[in-house]
Design a protein around this ligand. Structure first.
Ligand SMILES: [Zn+2]
Ligand SMILES: [Zn+2]
Ligand SMILES: [Zn+2]
Ligand SMILES: [Zn+2]
Length: 121
């Protein structure tokens, strides 16, 4: 009996972006300044997302390479299941890590944003 072992490629899911939008304020100068601050925060956020997505992609490449390497050798369906369980667990752990980093970055940006408003009010 021959078991067909499908090689799966893990999909890279981009992290959801969250953009700060500038509320409308009446004073023109204040609005310009506020907009500049928001643009700065958005740029920081964008850069952080690119970093996180790059880390995520690298992790997927590693997992896929590990998967590929394991498939060089014959294995039973049971061994294959075990391999995939391990790879999936590694993948999940990596996602938790990336999400925690992402969360921390958002809190940081929100704090910076809050500071800006506290200072300017
Ligand atoms: Zn496999
Ligand atoms: Zn992933
Ligand atoms: Zn984000
Ligand atoms: Zn603001």
């Amino acid at each position: 009996m021959q078991t067909y072992l499908k090689k799966t490629t893990l999909a890279v899911l981009p992290l959801a972006g969250m953009l700060f939008t500038a509320p409308i304020v009446s004073a023109h100068d204040e609005y310009q300044e506020h907009r500049a601050e928001h643009e700065y925060l958005n740029a920081e956020h964008q850069a952080e997302h690119e970093d996180l997505n790059a880390a995520h992609r690298a992790e997927h490449e590693e997992l896929n390479a590990e998967h590929e390497a394991a498939h060089q050798y014959p294995m039973t369906a049971r061994q294959h299941r075990r391999l995939h369980r391990r790879l999936n667990a590694e993948h999940r752990a990596e996602h938790q890590d990336l999400n925690a980093q992402h969360q921390a970055e958002h809190q940081d940006l929100n704090a910076q944003h809050q500071d800006y408003h506290d200072f300017n009010n």
